[in-house]
Design a protein. Structure first.
Length: 364
């Protein structure tokens, strides 16, 4: 079943011959499962609902009506597209199902093969559109969580600097140089927030526009993208001194440079937080053969957390870090790459952005 890429249809009818006829009629094009009662169908769905695309059920069956099954499926498994087969039915019930959005199509007995094939094709297409909308909503929720996670720290820093300047101005005891330095840091953090927001908006706009659209951050090499990030990121003098960049085989990033910039900024933020807890912080960034690796000398991540960090929004030692890693990993996967995390608990963490193989092959 795992290797069967066909859409899956659950057919429910109390007549065994009807189930066999349906399976024989559409079995070459679809993966067909059958059940001979509402209860049997619900029991099957408990295990198989995630793999079912379309439900086709007879209306009148001895124990429970097909309309009852449709209502339960609509509540418990809204991704499944439902169709009803009937030779006779209560008109008011059918109107209620159709008007309530529970029923996608009504098929009449005896089934017309051509009409049934057309209805199934439309139902599968509708199911895929529903799935795409659900995935889009999930992606937007994750993106907003990532954006909040990424901007919280610099915005909090701006607020703290502003409060500090206000207090010192009231006390009239702060040296001009100290106030100037705080103001410069506020400016750098604000500039970084604006840069992240601009990249985020460009990314969403381009994703909505579809493939082939131009705009946003210009394509360039990994070295150029990293240099631009380090120039815009609100680094203190000590933080910038702690970052060492090594470039081996540079490569171009023509696809989704805005996404890559967002991902890299989040990875760098985590590295700065982790290494900042050390007496002598150090971050090494290496670009080579389709990879960008960011290594920090922080305390590392507990093994049980590393296993879940790219799957669930768990914390890697600071509030909200997990959201960033989940988002970054899925963004990398969206254009054929992935994210890898290697850690030596107590000494270091390396996060590697692995880009698609075709990018590496261009420079072999």
């Amino acid at each position: 079943m795992d290797n069967d890429s066909r859409a899956s249809v659950l057919y429910v009818d109390d007549e065994a011959l009807a189930c066999k006829y349906f399976e024989r009629a559409v079995g070459q094009r679809y993966r067909v499962l059958t059940a001979q009662s509402v209860d049997a169908a619900l029991a099957l769905l408990e295990d198989e609902a995630g793999h079912i695309d379309v439900l086709v059920t007879d209306y009148r069956m001895p124990d429970r009506l097909g309309s009852e099954l449709l209502q339960e499926v609509a509540q418990r498994y809204p991704h499944i597209v439902c169709m009803l087969v009937t030779a006779y039915a209560d008109k008011d019930v059918l109107l209620e199902l159709i008007n309530g959005g529970t029923l996608f199509r009504l098929l009449e007995k005896p089934l017309d093969l051509a009409a049934m094939q057309t209805a199934l094709q439309l139902a599968v297409q509708t199911g895929r559109e529903r799935a795409a909308r659900r995935q889009g909503l999930v992606a937007m929720e994750e993106s907003l969580a990532f954006l909040a996670h990424e901007l919280n720290t610099p915005l909090a820093a701006i607020a703290n600097f502003a409060r500090g300047i206000a207090r010192r101005a009231q006390a009239d005891a702060a040296p001009q140089a100290e106030i100037g330095e705080a103001a410069a840091l506020m400016h750098d953090n604000a500039r970084y927030c604006l840069s992240v927001l601009a990249s985020f908006i460009d990314t969403v706009r381009l994703a909505s526009a579809g493939p082939g659209m131009q705009g946003g951050r210009r394509a360039g090499s990994a070295r150029q993208l990293l240099a631009a990030l380090l120039d815009s990121y609100p680094l203190s003098t000590a933080q910038r001194a702690a970052i060492a960049v090594e470039v081996g085989d540079d490569f171009s990033i023509a696809e989704s440079p805005n996404c890559v910039a967002l991902i890299l900024s989040s990875v760098l933020a985590n590295a700065l937080r982790s290494s900042g807890e050390q007496a002598h912080p150090a971050i090494g960034i290496r670009i080579d053969a389709g990879r960008i690796a960011v290594r920090d000398n922080g305390a590392g991540i507990a093994p049980e957390i590393v296993e879940q960090l790219l799957i669930d929004p768990v914390s890697s030692g600071g509030e909200g870090k997990g959201w960033g890693m989940v988002f970054c990993h899925r963004m990398m996967q969206s254009f054929g790459g992935n994210l890898d995390i290697a850690t030596e608990f107590g000494s270091s963490t390396t996060v590697t952005l692995n880009f698609p193989v075709h990018i590496r092959n261009e420079h072999d």
